[in-house]
Design a protein around this ligand. Sequence first.
Ligand code: UTP
Length: 417
Amino acid sequence: MDKIQEVINLLKDYNQNHIIDLLNELEGTKKQELIDQINQIDFHQIMELYDNTKKETEIKENKIESISYIDKEKIVKEQKEELDSLGQEIIQNGEYAVVTMAGGQGTRLGHTGPKGTFKLDVYGKGKYLFEILIDNLKEANKKYNTTIPWYIMTSKENNKETVQFLEKNNYFGYDKNYVTIFMQSGLPLVDKEGKVLINKDLKIKEASDGNGGTYSSLRASGCLADMKEKGIKWVFIGGVDNVLLKMADVTLIGMAVKKGVQIASKSVVKANPHEKVGVFCKMNGHPKIIEYAELSEKMAEEIDENGELKYGESNIMCHLYTIDAIEKISKETLVYHSAFKKNSYLDKNRKEVIPKEPNSYKFESFIFDAFEFFDEMALLRVKREEEFAPVKNREGVDSPKTAKELYEKYWEKVKGQ
Ligand code: UTP
């Protein structure tokens, strides 16, 4: 049987006849590219994920408990100095690396181009999100007299534009030799009937497979091996869209070292008991971030012996790992969640359709689902107004407007000190 017939049979088996039509229309390189792509896709996995979207989610009996944390503001001076110097030593010894997850689609913001290339209207001139991150890293480099290796994760969709943007802007002054850009893997988008979408480039439309893909992509891209060769012992992983993100926090590192844990993270107190954010807890004895929808009203409002919310430590995507933890997780399989989203596609007349309503399933794994592979993690509670100003939505909460206000307010305060 020839190679093309094998591909056609595969597509028939998985009910993807519209892709057979596309294949028949194409010739030469375009046809070969599509065949290569089809051969790389695990249709069995995709159809299984699609079938799962039709199933009721099984509610398991889980034992949920609160998780302990250290409040950065309440650490006594001598202890803080000890933690900071432990952290500082790691950075100065060249044992620290930073990973920025910039492979997301940024659908809610609706900016054309990678999210890091969005310019936030601060101080008149404005600053790109990538520029803001680089400023933060440069400040740490200056303070600790080093250059922190920086790894940026992009997706198949936005890699080219990200590289071009950073090149054009000369990495905003960051030493290029210390920057590595790697791509995360993707998964096809599937419509309500289980058919994969067709992309503008006449291939199957894929989207990044969630920020949980960071671990395996670090491994597959060779970045993990590179880190090990450089003698990196601690790796910070954060998002691209928090304009108050602190990427080299010596207290966080020192706390993780002192507590002897493999993973650590930061939290801010929930704005109110019903804020729609994921919170840290322990589930069945393991650290976990539980989504707001999974927390009963009673639990969301529950107060502990100090008069604080029992489940009030919300996730700001500031995670720290030992290199061994990254290695371990990169070999595990994380569960995929599905999100029903708006995604453009080509119809059977090869005309682009830009849907007004969600039309397709995107499958994503979440970075924090890996926490449950460990028994313990350390958590540092920090001040929201100093560390958390996300750019998520076009308007309203967590929008460029709120991020600008928080950013400018923070820097006014710092300058005034
Ligand atoms: P979000 O889950 O907020 O997604 O990502 P997003 O892509 O920025 O925005 P929406 O949901 O489409 O509107 C949190 C962080 O994880 C990264 C994002 O780039 C952001 O820094 N991320 C997300 C990835 O790197 N890859 C992914 O597949 C998803």
